[in-house]
Design a protein around this ligand. Structure first.
Ligand code: SF4
Length: 420
């Protein structure tokens, strides 16, 4: 390791004591530690020596390298990271070809006390690893070699976390995350597309301060970074509570900074510190900038968190394969069917009622016997009898059309509609 203290290197690069203390306080916050830890962090970082880093790129778009490089001024994270001893990074080295390979192997040999291995990108296993070669060798073999001699491996970004987009929809390269490919040594994962350089910095500062890596969850993610729901820290959360939602991009709600949940924000389903750490030297993050969270920090996010502009259906407790949307659809169908059956029953009932009322009207006008006779006949024949075809001696039946139909009298129909 370099024999120059880290603070001395930072001062050489123009950092003031005040900025350094601010940095220590910010790191305490990023590590979810009380602010009282800031002096301890400052002291540890001030006397620490630079950590050598070997950075290997696999199947990746390079977004994490971009994030790393764009921890731009006035970020003090940049100051710290610039003072890391980056021994090997394919995108940053001036050399190429066999010379670059030599740089990596020499760096590994130069630091017998250990170095930090950073892996960016997914590791393809398909075709014996032929989908991604470094110096003519599968990157899987190179990564294993580098990680074997490391103090710790830090897998940066969603692709290194679990394969990311390279593994989405059963992609043909059989891409995997770093976990499971590079052995069981200390592995720290920093998912995100891309990872936030503040989180990479905080992991390193934790090691420099406490001489151990930060506590991790079961997927090797630092709890200080991935222990909270994004939704809980979001600045738009009060609008969620008040039911104030943007309903389309650019509408009044969107312009007023209302909650983006109805436009597909995945903040309620995603764990991370994006609202507090932010990107771009702490200036902003996607929800603050007006776009919903896409859940890029979550496992299998390309397959599990999409589509980006649609809400995720909420799972029903104890029924892992059933969602509330499915329950809602089933209820709509059920209620619709019940309404149909009810309407049918009501129609039959109204018809019967109308027929009974006509019968009662006839009985009142002509006598019960006639009503019974009418009751035995189809309605059309009743009228025909009244026209003169009734048996001799039978009372004349008044045509139904001439009898006031009580069912159609005003206010008598339950629906107010004419009943025939
Ligand atoms: Fe939650 Fe997203 Fe709304 Fe923020 S914008 S409160 S993260 S749903």
């Amino acid at each position: 390791m370099d024999d120059q203290g880290l603070y001395a290197a930072l001062v050489q690069r123009g950092m003031t004591r005040r900025s350094f203390l601010k940095f220590s306080t910010a790191m305490a916050a990023a590590l979810a530690l009380p602010v009282s830890y800031a002096p301890r962090i400052a002291e540890a970082v001030a006397t620490a020596k630079r950590l050598p880093v070997i950075w290997v790129r696999a199947q990746t778009c390079g977004g994490n390298t971009e994030s790393f490089l764009r921890a731009a001024d006035p970020s003090i994270s940049t100051m710290l990271l610039e003072t890391l001893s980056i021994e090997y990074h394919e995108s940053l080295l001036a050399s190429a070809g066999a010379g670059t390979e030599l740089t990596r192997t020499e760096a590994m040999a130069r630091y017998p006390e250990g170095y930090v291995a950073v892996i960016e990108g997914a590791i393809p296993e398909g075709a014996s690893g032929a989908y991604c070669l470094v110096g003519g060798r599968p990157v899987r073999d190179v990564a294993r070699e580098v990680c074997d001699g490391a103090l710790a491996t830090i897998a940066v970004g969603s692709c290194a976390f679990d394969g990311g987009i390279a593994a989405a929809n059963n992609a043909l390269t059989d891409a995997k995350g770093v976990r499971g490919v590079v052995g069981d040594g200390t592995l720290i994962t920093l998912p995100g597309c891309p990872m936030n350089v503040v989180n990479l910095t905080s992991v390193i500062v934790h090691y420099l301060t406490f001489h151990e890596w930060p506590p991790l969850d079961q997927r090797n993610r630092p709890l200080s970074v991935y222990g909270n729901l994004i939704h809980n820290e979001c600045e738009r959360r009060p609008h969620f509570e008040f039911g104030e939602f943007a309903l389309s991009w650019g509408d009044e709600g969107a312009q007023r900074g209302w909650c983006l949940y109805k436009l597909g924000c995945k903040g309620p389903e995603s764990m991370g510190n994006c609202p507090t750490a932010r990107y771009g030297a702490g200036v902003s993050w996607n929800v603050r900038a007006g776009h919903g969270c896409v859940g890029c920090v979550m496992p299998d996010f390309w397959d599990q968190m999409g589509p980006a502009y649609k809400r995720l259906p909420a799972p029903v407790p104890f029924l892992p394969n059933v969602t509330t949307d499915m329950v809602g659809a089933a209820m709509v169908v059920g209620v619709g069917a019940a309404a149909g059956v009810h309407a049918l029953g009501m129609g039959v009932r109204f018809k019967r009622r109308a027929r009974n009322e006509r019968r009662e009207a006839l009985a009142a006008a002509e006598g019960v016997a006639v009503a019974e006779a009418v009751d035995a006949l189809p309605p059309d024949e009743v009228t025909a009898d009244a026209a003169g075809t009734a048996p001799e001696g039978a009372p004349v039946v008044t045509p139904v059309a001439d009898v006031p139909d009580p069912a159609t009298a005003e206010g008598d129909s339950p629906t107010g509609a004419e009943v025939r």
